[in-house]
Design a protein around this ligand. Structure first.
Ligand SMILES: [Zn+2]
Length: 211
């Protein structure tokens, strides 16, 4: 009777053990599948990135854009390399605003020491130049009349609150690392411009002074 009970208990224990084991191996399998899936996705993204780089260096910008859009759809977070590639490719497609947006991201992420920092700064400058000449061109085509083409009467005081520093006499320059305070190079100690200075400023001809 006693040995019978022992056998019974042993059988019970064996059953519990095997069911725990089965449960574990089931969890392991799921984990393994997830890892495989993730690795496959990473591999796909890597292949897409490689093909984007190849297309970009072959100057096939429209094809590059398609591939980059595919990458954007399949990643959870955008890598710095991807921000650069989109930025450069957008420049070649004359999407200057978009180019500036992504290249600025890259520079914010990697500073001046990133793999693509030099090119990023170069394309950013070119995109900014291209955008501003595009804006000028559009204005000319639209026949817009702009105030900067006229002299502005500043009223009886002959003074205007400096628009560069909003009359604070100090300019804050922020970059991705720090804030720098410099004295406004245009206005007087009270934050005012003379009317002449103001008109020169509107025309982009006001030179910095050290007053
Ligand atoms: Zn000022």
């Amino acid at each position: 009777m006693k040995s019978c009970r022992i056998v019974f208990v042993l059988l019970g224990l064996m059953f519990i053990c095997s069911s725990i084991q089965a449960q574990r191996s089931e969890q392991d399998k799921i984990k393994e599948l997830e890892q495989l899936n993730q690795a496959r996705k990473q591999q796909e993204v890597k292949q897409l990135m490689d093909s984007a780089v190849a297309l970009l260096s072959a100057s096939k910008y429209l094809e590059t854009e398609k591939v980059l859009n595919q990458v954007l759809k399949s990643v959870k977070a955008v890598s710095s390399e991807l921000t650069y590639l989109i930025g450069e490719n957008s420049f070649h497609l004359a999407k200057y605003r978009q180019s500036i947006d992504w290249l600025t991201k890259y520079i914010q992420l990697k500073g001046t020491t990133g793999e693509f920092s030099t090119q990023a700064a170069l394309y950013l400058r070119r995109a900014e130049e291209a955008l501003s000449s595009e804006v000028r061109q559009q204005r000319a085509e639209a026949g817009e009349i702009l105030s900067k083409d006229f002299d502005i009467d500043c009223g009886p005081t002959g003074k205007v609150i400096c628009p560069v520093c909003s009359g604070k006499t100090v300019i804050v320059k922020r970059d991705y690392l720090s804030e720098k305070f410099t004295k406004c190079p245009h206005c007087d100690v009270h934050g005012f411009l003379t009317c002449e200075q103001y008109n020169l400023l509107l025309k982009g001809q006001l030179k910095s002074s050290t007053n």
